[in-house]
Design a binder for this molecule. Structure first.
Ligand code: FAD
Ligand code: NAI
Length: 468
C-alpha cells in the first residue's frame, strides 16, 4: 500500500510526535512511523516520565522517613512497597503515551506502527509491527529517531546486574550496594532514587567534578548537598572492567590520570556515561544522508540534511539531548514546512536535574563568560533568606543571575534549590525578551513565593537586595 503525504516523521518521541501534530495543525497531511509499539519515545516510555515518577515517589518516602517529624507529623516507620511504586510509575507512563495516541487522532495524524527505512528522498518503507510492509511516499521526510545509551567498553549491560537507565527504572528490589558510572544527569537522578529507597550508592565519575558543563559554583554547592544526603562520590576515576556473577558485580576502577587499580563490588551497576544519536536501520547510507564526526545527522539551521526534502530534529542532531529541545525543533520545523518561519535558540534551552533540591541552568556559566572575556555582573540570593523556603524547610541552595554589563541583558541563570526547574522558566522568558536584571527586579512577585528568590537575585545584581 502506498499513500501520499506532505510529511512523514520517523520516530514518535517528543521531537517526532510534536512535529507531526504541529504540521497537522497547519493543514499538512502527516504520518508518523514508530517502531516501539507506543508513542512518546524515550522520554515518555523509559526516560523523563518514569524517572520523574520514581523521583517523586522516592522523595515522598524520604520526606516521610526523615523529615515529617520536623513538621510535627508522627508516623510509624514508613516502608517501601517497590512493586506498588513501580506499578504507579507504569500507570503514569501508560496514561501519558495513550494521551499522545489521542492527540494523533484529534489532529488526524496517521500513526504507522513499525520500523521505517528511508528508500529515497520521498519514500519510507515500513516493516510493520503486525507483519508485512508498507511504503509511504511524502514530499518531506523527518528523521526523529532519537538516541540510545552510550556503551562502556568492558562493562557489558545485561539490564539485570549491569543496567542502563532503562533497567535502572525497573529494578525488582532495592540493591544493597549500587555503583553508578557517570555523575551526569541520569547518574544523579537515578542514583538519588535508589539511595532514598535504601541503597548505598557510590557514583564513579571520570572527571574531577559532577555535572560537567554546568556552572562551577552551582556544581560545588550541589555536590555538597548530595554528599550530605548520603551519595558517595569517587571523582577522577574510571571503570575499566566488570565481572558479573549471580551474586553481583566486581568492577575494576582506576584513577583517570593513571595509578593503581582497585576493585569495587556492587549488587547493581548503573552505566550512565551519556547517550548517542540513534540512526541504525534507517538506510541513511543508501539515502546519502551525511552524519557529523559524532554520529549526529548533519543539518543546516533549517533542520535540512544534505539531501533535499529530508530533515532531522531532536536527539539525533546537534544541541542538548533534552525533550523540550526536541519539541522546539519539531515545532520550528513543522512551521517551516508549512511555509512559515521557525527558529530555535539553543543558547536559551534550560537544563534541569530533578533531584531534591533541583538544579537548573540556562545560558552562560561564569566560566564561559570569563573565557569569552565578557564583563558581567553577578546577582545571588540564598534560599535561607526566602520566607517560603523556610516555611517548607527547604532552604538549601541559591539563585544566581548573570548580566552582561555592556548590553544590560541577563545572559545566564543558575539555581539549586526547591522547584528550581520551575523557577528557571521566568529567567528563560526574560532572556527571550532581552530583559535586564533590573527588569526582573522591578517585576512584582507574589509573596511568599520561591520566585521571590529570583527577584532578589536580580536585585542583588545592583547590590540592592532587601532580605539579605
Ligand atoms: P526519542 O524520544 O528517543 O524518540 C525517538 C523514537 O524513534 C523512539 O521511540 C524510537 O523507538 C523511534 N525510532 C527510532 N528509529 C526508528 C525507525 N527506524 N522507525 C520507527 N521508529 C524509530 N529530557 C528532558 O528534557 N527532561 C528529562 O527529565 C529527561 N529525563 C530523561 C531520563 C532518562 C532516563 C533518559 C534516558 C532521558 C531523559 N531525557 C530527559 C532525555 C529525553 O528523553 C530525550 O532528549 C528525548 O526523548 C529526545 O526526543 P526525540 O524525539 O529526539 O527522541
Ligand atoms: P551525561 O552526559 O549527563 O553524563 C555522563 C557523565 O559520565 C559525565 O559526567 C561524564 O564525564 C561521565 N563519564 C563519561 N565516561 C565515563 C567513564 N568512562 N567513567 C566514568 N564517568 C564517565 O549523560 P547521562 O547522565 O548518561 O544522560 C544522558 C543524557 O540524557 C543527558 O545528557 C541528558 O541530555 C539526558 N537526560 C536529561 C535529563 C533531564 O533533563 N533531567 C535526565 C536524564 C537524562
Amino acid at each position: 500500500m502506498s499513500e501520499n503525504y506532505d510529511v512523514v516523521v520517523i520516530g514518535g518521541g517528543p521531537g517526532g510526535y510534536v512535529c507531526a501534530i504541529r504540521a497537522a495543525q497547519l493543514g499538512l497531511k502527516v504520518a508518523c512511523v514508530e517502531k516501539r509499539g507506543t508513542l512518546g519515545g524515550t522520554c515518555l516510555n523509559v526516560g523523563c516520565i518514569p524517572s520523574k515518577a520514581l523521583l517523586h515517589s522516592s522523595h515522598l518516602f524520604e520526606e516521610a522517613e526523615k523529615h515529617f517529624d520536623t513538621h510535627g507529623i508522627e508516623v510509624s516507620k514508613p516502608k517501601v512497597n517497590l512493586e506498588k511504586m513501580m506499578a504507579r510509575k507504569d500507570k503514569v507512563v501508560d496514561s501519558n503515551v495513550k494521551g499522545i495516541e489521542f492527540l494523533f487522532k484529534k489532529n488526524k495524524v496517521t500513526y504507522v506502527k513499525g520500523a521505517g527505512e528511508i528508500t529515497s528522498a520521498t519514500t519510507v518503507k515500513v516493516a510493520l509491527l503486525d507483519g508485512g510492509e508498507e511504503t509511504i511516499t511524502a514530499k518531506n521526510i523527518v528523521i526523529a529517531t532519537g538516541s540510545e545509551v552510550t556503551p562502556l567498553p568492558g562493562v557489558e549491560i545485561d539490564e539485570k546486574n549491569i543496567v542502563s537507565s532503562t533497567g535502572g527504572l525497573v529494578l525488582s528490589k532495592v540493591p544493597k550496594k549500587m555503583v553508578v558510572i557517570g555523575a551526569g544527569v541520569i547518574g544523579l537522578e537515578l542514583g538519588s532514587v535508589w539511595r532514598r529507597l535504601g541503597a548505598e550508592v557510590t557514583v564513579i565519575e571520570f572527571l574531577d567534578r559532577i555535572l560537567p558543563g554546568m556552572d562551577g559554583e552551582l556544581v560545588k554547592q550541589t555536590q555538597r548537598i548530595f554528599a550530605k544526603q548520603g551519595l558517595n562520590f569517587k571523582l577522577g576515576h574510571k571503570v575499566t572492567g566488570a565481572k558479573s556473577t549471580k551474586s553481583g558485580v566486581t568492577l575494576t576502577v582506576e584513577p583517570s590520570k593513571g595509578g593503581d587499580a582497585e576493585e569495587i563490588k556492587a549488587d547493581v551497576v548503573l552505566v550512565a556515561i551519556g547517550r548517542r544519536p540513534f540512526v541504525t536501520g534507517l538506510g541513511l547510507d543508501k539515502a546519502g544522508v551525511e552524519l557529523d564526526e559524532r554520529g549526529r545527522v548533519k543539518t543546516d539551521e533549517h533542520f535540512q540534511t544534505n539531501v533535499q526534502g529530508i530533515f532531522a530534529i531532536g536527539d539525533a542532531i546537534v544541541g542538548p539531548m533534552l525533550a523540550h529541545k526536541a519539541e522546539e525543533d519539531g515545532v520550528a520545523l513543522a512551521e517551516m514546512l508549512a511555509g512559515e518561519a521557525g527558529h530555535v535558540d539553543y543558547d536559551k534551552v534550560p537544563g534541569v536535574v530533578y533531584t531534591w533540591p533541583e538544579v537548573a541552568s540556562v545560558g552562560k556559566t561564569e566560566e564561559q563568560l570569563k573565557e569569552e572575556g565578557v564583563d558581567y555582573k553577578v546577582g545571588k540570593f540564598p534560599f535561607t533568606a526566602n520566607g517560603r523556603a523556610k516555611a517548607m524547610e527547604s532552604t538549601e541552595g541559591f539563585v544566581k543571575i548573570l548580566e552582561d554589563k555592556k548590553t544590560l541583558r541577563v545572559v545566564g541563570a543558575h539555581i539549586v534549590g526547591p522547584a528550581a526547574g520551575d523557577l528557571i522558566a521566568e529567567v528563560v522568558l526574560a532572556m527571550e525578551y532581552g530583559a535586564s536584571a533590573e527588569d526582573i527586579a522591578r517585576t512584582c512577585h507574589a509573596h511568599p513565593c520561591l520566585g521571590e528568590a529570583v527577584k532578589e537575585a536580580a536585585m542583588d545584581a545592583d547590590k540592592r537586595a532587601i532580605h539579605m
